[in-house]
Design a protein around this ligand. Structure first.
Ligand code: GDP
Ligand code: IMO
Ligand code: MG
Length: 423
């Protein structure tokens, strides 16, 4: 049986959590393949809002198995908080949640190193979520990391101490003003590790292989977005994992030729949280309206998200890198009431018009060229059927489909599970 992928095509926060939850009833297994608690995936149903950071977004469905794959980095402290919240909602996660032995652990000193690195960069900081993501993936590729499976070994604390000591020396080297109490952080960490070890650790690549052979269906859930990919994103203002389709192969151990649908998810406009280039960013009342109506605040850090028009050049690039087969357009409701809308259809780069994302996309090199569209004023949030969508919205959708040559299969018109229109 094939694996389907769902991933973000912009700078994250496209609405991945919502759609994974909506699609979960069609799958046996939901598997996160990269990232960690830098992610914040929001689900809204029955009048409640839930934010997941490391746990896959299928967790509220009894019949689905949720797997945290080898490509994910886990902070036991954040993980425990997530589990505690699930318990208050009566979710019996012990039955449905599995963790790859090969997933790496975020240590308290990884978080401190993240903070020290950012502080040392001053104005050039990445705008990291300070969850320790960069330093943990550095230890993974540097072959020094501690993995979930190590927690089953007797001497894992020796390994921990050696690595934490090294981190302390590195933190000192940064020579920045960082206030912390490592003893208190470690006490919390070791307590949370106890909770983590009460869950089922598995050899997940083997598990997925057997599941596929047994005709089980798998939906791989991405975190972040394609423009935050360590290779293909706006480096160095990116995260430290491959957020694009290839990341699902390395982050789960599924073979590329078993991947079927690639669901690419994007907002009807664009947002970005943290530093880095953003060609279509708005600094006017239009941007403010998107932020206000769309409640554009980070689900993990609460930081305001920067807002701008939809960037078709960047979207096309993301579709190519991922091999997107179906598109999902989110937050169409947020654009209701704009008299006119703009889509960036090319860039002026060093005086020439281009249709691709160049190496340098800083504002001084690149100016967006826009195509204007008529807006719509109808309230979309109660619409349930594609046939009721306003004509001007349909023109906006058809234009994107024609340009990208990929169908937009879902139009999302509100945060709730039910505010999802299938086409
Ligand atoms: P993720 O990281 O991709 O899962 O996305 P986030 O949860 O960080 O951010 C998406 C935000 O938009 C959340 O607050 C969602 O509840 C909300 N949301 C998702 N889809 C829609 C939609 O169609 N309309 C509106 N107004 N909000 C939405
Ligand atoms: P979800 O899964 C939006 C951004 C940070 C920062 C950069 C690097 O909810 O879409 P990191 O902590 O990874 O070292 O930060 O990446 N970032 C996200 N932005 N959504 C996310 O996840 C993000 N995860 C990281 O703001 O600019
Ligand atoms: Mg998010």
């Amino acid at each position: 049986m094939a694996v389907d992928l769902l991933l973000g095509l912009q700078w994250g926060d496209e609405g991945k959590g919502k759609i994974v939850d909506v699609l979960t009833s069609k799958y046996n297994i939901i598997a996160r393949f990269q990232g960690g608690p830098n992610a914040g995936h929001t689900l809204v149903f029955n009048g409640m809002k839930h934010v997941l950071h490391t746990i896959p977004s299928g967790i509220f469905h009894k019949n689905a198995t949720n797997l945290v794959g080898n490509g994910v980095v886990i902070d036991p402290v954040v993980f425990k908080d997530e589990l505690d919240k699930l318990s208050t909602h009566g979710i019996d996660y012990k039955k449905t949640l599995l963790i790859s032995r090969k997933a790496h652990l975020i240590l308290p000193t990884h978080r401190l190193l993240d903070a020290a690195s950012e502080a040392s960069k001053g104005k050039a900081k990445i705008g990291s979520t300070l969850k320790g993501i960069g330093p943990t993936y550095m230890d993974k590729t540097g072959r020094n990391g501690i993995r979930v499976g190590d927690l089953e070994l007797e001497n894992w604390k020796d390994k921990y101490r050696k690595l934490a000591n090294k981190h302390q020396a590195m933190i000192d080297f940064y020579n920045v003003d960082l206030q912390y109490n490592l003893e208190a952080l470690e006490a919390k960490f070791f307590e949370a590790v106890k909770t983590l070890t009460s869950l089922r650790f598995i050899d997940s690549e083997e598990y997925l292989h057997s599941a596929q052979k047994a005709q089980k269906s798998v939906l791989a859930e991405g975190a972040q977005g394609s423009l935050l990919d360590i290779d293909f994103g706006t480096y160095p203002f990116v995260t430290s994992s491959n957020t694009t389709a290839a990341g699902a192969c390395t982050g789960l151990g599924v073979a590329p030729n078993t991947i079927k649908e690639v669901f690419g998810i994007f907002k009807a406009y664009t947002t970005r949280v943290g530093s880095g280039p953003f060609p279509t960013e708005l600094f006017d009342v239009n941007g403010e309206t998107m932020a206000r109506v769309g409640h554009e605040f980070g689900a993990t850090t609460g930081r305001p998200r920067r807002c701008g028009w939809l960037d078709l050049v960047a979207l096309r690039y993301a579709c190519q890198v991922n091999g997107v087969t179906q598109l999902m357009m989110m937050k169409a409701d947020v654009l209701s009431g704009f008299k006119t809308l703009k889509i960036c259809t090319s860039y002026i780069y060093k005086g020439k018009e281009i249709n691709h994302l160049p190496y340098n996309i800083e504002a001084e090199n690149l100016k967006p060229v826009y195509t204007e569209f008529m807006g719509w004023s109808e309230d979309l949030t109660k619409m349930e059927n594609a046939s009721t969508l306003p004509e001007t919205l349909m023109t906006y959708i058809s234009f994107l489909e024609k340009e990208l040559q990929i169908p937009i299969k879902i139009v999302s018109v509100g945060p709730d599970r039910k505010q999802t229109i299938f086409r």
